[in-house]
Design a protein around this ligand. Structure first.
Ligand SMILES: [Zn+2]
Length: 123
């Protein structure tokens, strides 16, 4: 254990039993080692758009530093895919959202996602 004598600022590595004996008689105090500094990584995300077997576009992101990843698909995933890593939370950049949304519309036809009640479409 690391021990510091009260009469000195010097620290010593001593056997545990000796250290406890010195503490009991009031001549020593335990020196706790400082906690290791947290490892800080910088985000380095790579966003990609690929396709599932049925043609649905798949949005994926991987961080090249921490190696975490996330995937998702659906009409809003280009805006809503949440990616938490390296101490930050990211969402797809605007250009990825635009590219993914275009791919999704192509894969599912260009029909609107929602129609107001009572409207009729004529084909
Ligand atoms: Zn990361």
């Amino acid at each position: 254990m690391k021990l510091q004598l009260r009469s000195s600022s010097e620290t010593f590595d001593v056997p545990r039993n000796l250290g406890i004996a010195l503490i009991v008689i009031g001549n020593g105090q335990i020196i706790e080692p400082p906690p290791p500094a947290p490892r800080v990584l910088s985000p380095n995300s790579k966003w990609t758009i690929s396709e599932l077997l049925d043609g649905t576009p798949l949005l994926a992101v991987t961080c090249l530093n921490c190696k975490r990843s996330a995937t998702g698909y659906g009409p809003t995933v280009g805006r809503t895919l949440k990616f938490t890593h390296c101490g930050v939370t990211e969402y797809p950049p605007a250009e990825i959202d635009k590219a993914y949304s275009a791919a999704y519309r192509r894969a599912h036809g260009e029909r609107p996602a929602h129609r107001a009640p009572g409207t009729v479409s004529v084909i």
